[in-house]
Design a protein around this ligand. Structure first.
Ligand code: 5GP
Length: 175
């Protein structure tokens, strides 16, 4: 079947680029000029957001990655998440920022915040490109949000549907 790009653009590439640069500035303003930031990204959806975010930052940053999978997210609200790939290094005394693609029910993020907090970082904040507040099941704190959107399934800019569409430079809706 021929490849067809989703046509329902929700947020254009230009809007995303502008907002990601603003977010990087907001984040940088909140830390001392000499503070080193340790950005932790959750694979795979946040990889493009992370790439653009760090390229807008003008200071020492280090990166690490985690991979998680949720157990039966549709049938339980336990928020139990299985860590498929853990971090390469510890977090003690570091200024950690979780970089996520989207906060939906909030279950994944709440769990991540809990397990990373237990590793004694100096500070722990969260940056999400997208938020769907109408879907929230747990009250999770997100310090930096790129865009607040309606309850629509979005793809592009790192986000997939069945591993497709991650390469789109814009965000589109499928439903
Ligand atoms: P939560 O635990 O907040 O319900 O789930 C967050 C995860 O669900 C995101 O990291 C993402 O992988 C997935 N997700 C939620 N909404 C969407 C969406 O609209 N599009 C895509 N591609 N993934 C989504």
């Amino acid at each position: 079947m021929a490849y067809e790009e989703p046509k329902n653009v929700l947020i254009s590439s230009e809007e995303i680029q502008l907002r990601v640069r603003e977010l990087a500035q907001e984040i940088e303003r909140d830390y001392a000029a000499d503070a080193q930031l340790h950005l932790i990204s959750v694979l795979k959806g946040a990889f493009i957001f992370l790439g653009d975010l760090v390229r807008s930052m003008n200071r020492q940053v280090s990166l690490d990655f985690m991979a998680v999978s949720s157990y039966g997210k549709s049938t339980t609200s336990s928020g139990e998440v299985r860590v498929l790939k853990d971090l390469d290094s510890g977090l003690e005394g570091r200024n950690v920022i979780i970089v996520e693609d989207i906060v939906d029910t909030g279950l994944t993020l709440a769990y991540l915040q809990e397990i990373l907090h237990a590793r004694s970082p100096k500070s722990l904040k969260t940056a999400c490109l997208l938020s769907k507040p109408s879907r929230r099941v747990v009250d999770v704190k997100v310090d930096y949000i790129g865009f607040t959107i309606e309850d629509r399934f979005v793809v592009g800019y790192g986000l997939d549907y069945a591993e497709q569409y991650r390469n789109l430079p814009y965000l589109a809706t499928l439903d």
